[in-house]
Ligand binder design. Structure first.
Ligand code: FAD
Length: 477
């Protein structure tokens, strides 16, 4: 009897344990992707990631076709769809790779129990993370709250298993079940098409993920540690959206960084692996605290006096705050579906601390606009910046958008790219147009309040207000 191979956040053929196990059974393998209904508790798919998902599925479908196979698309509640396919194909087994978000885990558990109760083989496999969250614990047996001991614990566990190459052959059934059409899922934006520029930055899919990895190992990783904070430099991998939908396995990436020649500084690739482990740590937190995206990890923040200020929220979302580095970041996000990590921290700090808007507003906006939107990394990072998370940056560490800009974008290249109306300002004023003398502004063609906004808040004053609010926050630290 046939085996159903249920693709989820593992849209790849390479290093795919469920796929290997399904093929190893020696029977025909029917690949299926299920568009789960929102009421299955998986939460809404962000619009930018939906764009990515469309191309990723198209890519996976083509790769399967090259092996004589197909990707069957269906929508509905996962268990119902799987049962219908079992009925139609006579399959006696379902294999899939585990997800680690709370809804994904709950679905896994239910389906496994239900199918097994009917005498079917239902097996889930690892592959989205380097290590299973349930197998990483402190000496006392609980979850980690602090990153460094978590990293050490993973170091002790050693490298993840070496990756397994993509299959060269497939076992195909003689008859295929019907598939829905990808175009009918309307994952792509139409009117307006806000994703016009995504194509120039991204190529979703497994092939491109491997190309990015190669390019990064060949060129980017050198000086990663010292250059990764500079948004205009190409020293980060750009792998996050590929990882978010599982187009490449973290084990594949990990193994690509070990045993490299002496020409790459050891510090650089250890540091890179440490970043991959931040992704693991975020999942570790989500695993132990399923409400990570909706509740403060530190309940003391429940009494923080967040402001409801839709005008400021909109200014932030549109990149019209009057602070160039913040605006550049928010516009990069809108135009390219991504934002450099350093700038994510600056823009998040600005929303939370300068505007005193609840971090959950920011988390939701990022979830909708990032191609790499990830339930663990996004929520954990927002809570990290807010100070409400586990091992978080303390609330009183408030990023100064001017000095951060001057330090990490000293020539203003990043700002000039995304806020072109400021392009003609000299370097020393590019991060503080509000301090520019009027003749300099005129020469640069800028009228503050018209061609570029005046600051929505005065940073120094906003900082004091935020610190004051924090001081009077109730509860225990
Ligand atoms: P690289 O520097 O090349 O790092 C390699 C990989 O390590 C990344 O692809 C990513 O998987 C992981 N990684 C790196 N930094 C972090 C981090 N701080 N936390 C967790 N994993 C990390 N990352 C997401 O993948 N999805 C999100 O939704 C997301 N939201 C964020 C929200 C905020 C407010 C902040 C401050 C950070 C967020 N990050 C998120 C983390 C980080 O910004 C991105 O992973 C990184 O910018 C991706 O670029 P890269 O692949 O070039 O990273």
């Amino acid at each position: 009897a046939a085996t159903l191979l249920w693709f989820r956040k593992d849209l790849r053929l390479d290093d795919n344990h469920a796929l290997q196990a399904a093929l190893d059974r020696g029977n025909p393998v029917i690949p299926v992707y299920i568009r789960e209904l929102e009421d299955a508790g998986t939460g809404p798919l962000g619009a930018a990631q939906a764009w990515w998902l469309h191309y990723s599925l198209a890519n996976l479908s083509k790769a399967l076709e090259k092996l004589g196979s197909r990707l069957i698309l269906r929508q509905g509640a996962a268990e119902k769809v799987l049962r219908a396919l079992i009925e139609e194909t006579g399959a006696d087994a379902v294999h899939w790779n585990r997800r680690y978000d709370p809804a994904g885990m709950a679905i896994d558990k239910e389906i496994k129990a239900a199918l097994r109760a009917d005498g079917l083989q239902a097996v889930s496999h690892a592959g989205f993370l380097l290590h299973e969250p349930s197998k990483v614990e402190t000496g006392a047996g609980g979850p980690f709250r602090v990153y460094t001991p978590f990293w050490r614990a993973l170091e002790k566990q050693g490298d993840p298993p070496p990756p397994v190459d993509a299959p060269k052959h497939w076992h195909n059934p003689t008859q295929w079940p019907k598939s829905e059409r990808l175009a009918d899922w309307h994952y792509l934006p139409t009117k307006p098409n806000w994703a016009v520029e995504f194509d120039s930055v991204w190529t979703p899919g497994e092939t491109s993920a491997h190309q990015r990895l190669k390019q990064f190992i060949d060129r980017g990783i050198r000086n990663y540690k010292s250059q990764r904070d500079f948004p205009s430099l190409p020293h980060t991998s750009g792998l996050s959206p590929h990882l978010a939908l599982g187009e490449i396995s973290p084990a594949r990436i990990w193994h690509a960084t070990i045993g490299l020649g002496d020409d790459v500084g050891t510090d650089d690739y250890v540091h890179f692996r440490k970043e991959l482990v931040w992704r693991e740590f975020s999942y570790h937190l989500l695993y132990h605290f399923p409400n990570l995206s909706s509740r403060n990890w530190n309940a003391r923040f429940d009494s923080f006096p967040w402001k409801t200020d839709s005008a400021s929220l909109t200014a932030w979302q549109r990149g019209e705050t009057g602070y160039p580095i913040v605006d550049a970041g928010m516009r990069q996000l809108w135009r390219h579906g991504v934002m450099h990590n350093r700038v994510r921290m600056i823009t998040a700090s600005f929303l939370i601390k300068d505007l005193m808007i609840d971090w959950r507003e920011g988390e939701a906006w990022f979830r909708d606009t990032l191609v790499d939107a990830d339930p663990a990394s996004n929520a954990a990072s927002w809570q990290w910046v807010a100070g409400s998370g586990a091992d978080a940056s303390p609330f009183f560490r408030i990023f100064n958008p001017i000095t951060q800009g001057e330090k990490f974008d000293p020539e203003g290249a990043y700002v000039r790219k995304f806020v072109p109306e400021l392009a003609k300002l000299p370097n020393k004023l590019i991060h503080r147009p509000f301090d520019a003398p009027s003749d300099v502004l005129t020469a640069a063609g800028i009228t503050l309040g018209k061609t570029y906004p005046k600051p929505v808040v005065d940073h120094a004053k906003a900082r004091n207000l935020a610190l004051e609010a924090f001081k009077h926050m109730g509860g225990k630290g």
